[in-house]
Design a protein around this ligand. Structure first.
Ligand SMILES: Nc1ncnc2c1ncn2[C@@H]1O[C@H](COP(=O)(O)OP(=O)(O)OP(=O)(O)O)[C@@H](O)[C@H]1O
Ligand SMILES: [Mg+2]
Length: 402
């Protein structure tokens, strides 16, 4: 099995996926525009360092030139901005996997929802808009409350909830740098993920994570410690609604192999509503959290699925696993960490990992990196116990900057 891996060293989880490919016996050819750590380099049979990964035409030609005489079976990319490049390469080399036509809808929040509407799946009512007049028209047609967000947004950036026309005018002012937006019906309720590793067009591994609170609020309120909780029991009726929706979405989009990451809402009336989907692994340490949930290694599990269409690791859901992100109080340099000893005294055996910004380093901007000033994973077979521990990590663990 010969695999091209786009951007094998960046962002943070990519080295682990690259290692996964090597572990399942693939010969890995890396293509990227950065230098590599020795650990990543060791997993690669060869590396093509291009000047600019986003000059897609030039990269495709360079890769084809470089490949001469080399066999290639797969082209993989788990980083959102490189997915169209991967699809172009697949088409030019003639290997299976998502085409450009299949990739574009998962990068465009409007075409994605249009494809799902055609399949009869429940999406928020939505319109694409590129002028203020179109936004006002859409708001009129859909009715408040609304969400307005970039068509290709990430990390809830430039995303606004609108209660009325005044909010809309304020948002339009702030969105002048965004060329195209999606105007959507605001969906009340809790927000979840449905993540899979697929092979042969079906999910071989499935996960649901619960965001506490909704990502939009996580971004807005710097004082809170956001949680993503991989729930152990996917058979709970409410959760199963999202799993059912997710399976249909994957079928409707014709997804074949690799990671998918969908977000969905559970309304107070108990309806599951589609949010968005990416044909890639989730960020925000969620792959690690899934690993802690099942005592599995999804980095190599993914690699096995894309190379051979199988998932042979045991993946019984043993725990609810909660990832809690911390943001330091104050500004500047991290001066102290409080409360960690107390947490270990109370919950030691249930704390799976602690990875915080070290004392002496600058505080990180949680709007730039979801992990903020670090993450803690706690896990327990019982959901209520998991929530209690996660909340305790939220309130009792404090990083102080100054
Ligand atoms: N129609 C909606 N109704 C209610 N909330 C919404 C809606 N659309 C978006 N949101 C809120 O805004 C957040 C960001 O929206 P969305 O997930 O579409 O964009 P994103 O910035 O691409 O996120 P990601 O970082 O997951 O890629 C959602 O997680 C949700 O909290
Ligand atoms: Mg999202």
């Amino acid at each position: 099995m010969h695999v091209i891996m786009i951007s094998p060293g960046f962002p943070s989880d990519m080295p682990l996926f690259t290692r996964g490919l090597a572990q399942v016996g693939a010969k890995v050819y890396g293509v990227g525009d950065g230098g590599l750590s020795p650990e990543v380099r060791d997993c690669l049979a060869d590396y093509l360092q291009v000047r600019n990964l986003w000059d897609e035409e030039a990269v495709v030609e360079q890769v084809l030139e470089w490949l001469r005489g080399k066999e290639v079976d797969r082209v993989e990319c788990l980083w959102e901005p490189g997915m169209v490049l991967a699809a172009r390469l697949r088409e030019r080399i003639g290997v299976p996997g998502m085409t450009v036509e299949q990739t574009l809808p998962v990068r465009d929040k409007e075409s994605m929802k249009q494809a799902l509407d055609r399949a009869g799946l429940r999406t928020p009512r939505h319109t694409r808009a590129s002028t203020s007049a179109q936004c006002r028209e859409a708001a009129e047609a859909i009715g408040y409350p609304l969400i307005i967000k970039p068509i290709d947004g990430a990390g809830s950036a430039d995303t606004h909830k609108l209660e009325n026309g005044e909010d809309l005018e304020r948002a339009l002012n702030q969105l002048q740098h965004v060329p195209e937006v999606s105007v959507e019906e605001y969906i009340e309720g809790e927000e979840f993920t449905y993540d899979t590793v697929c092979g042969g067009g079906t999910p071989l591994f499935e996960n649901v994570a619960w965001y506490r609170p909704k990502p939009l609020l996580m971004r807005q309120y710097a004082w809170l410690s956001p949680q993503s909780i991989c729930v152990r029991d996917l058979n709970v009726a409410e959760i199963q609604k999202g799993v059912d929706l997710g399976r249909k979405v994957i079928q409707a989009l014709g997804f074949q192999a690799g990671f998918t990451h969908m977000e969905w809402f559970l309304t107070p009336e108990g309806e599951a509503v589609f949010g968005e989907i990416g044909a890639r692994a989730p960020g925000g340490r969620l792959v690690h959290t899934m690993n802690y949930c099942c005592d599995t290694d999804l980095f190599s599990g993914w690699a096995e699925a894309v190379c051979y269409g199988s998932f042979s690791q045991p993946s019984e859901r043993r725990y609810n696993a909660a990832c809690v992100f911390k943001r330091a109080r104050g500004e500047g340099i991290i001066r102290s960490v409080e409360g960690l000893e107390g947490l270990f005294a109370r919950y030691g055996e249930h704390i799976a990992t602690v990875d915080l910004t070290p004392i002496g380093q600058p505080k990180r901007d949680h709007r730039q990196m979801v992990a903020g000033d670090g993450w803690v994973v706690v896990r327990h077979p019982d959901l209520q116990s998991t929530l209690e521990m996660a909340d305790a990590v939220g309130t009792d663990l404090r990083l102080i900057a100054g």
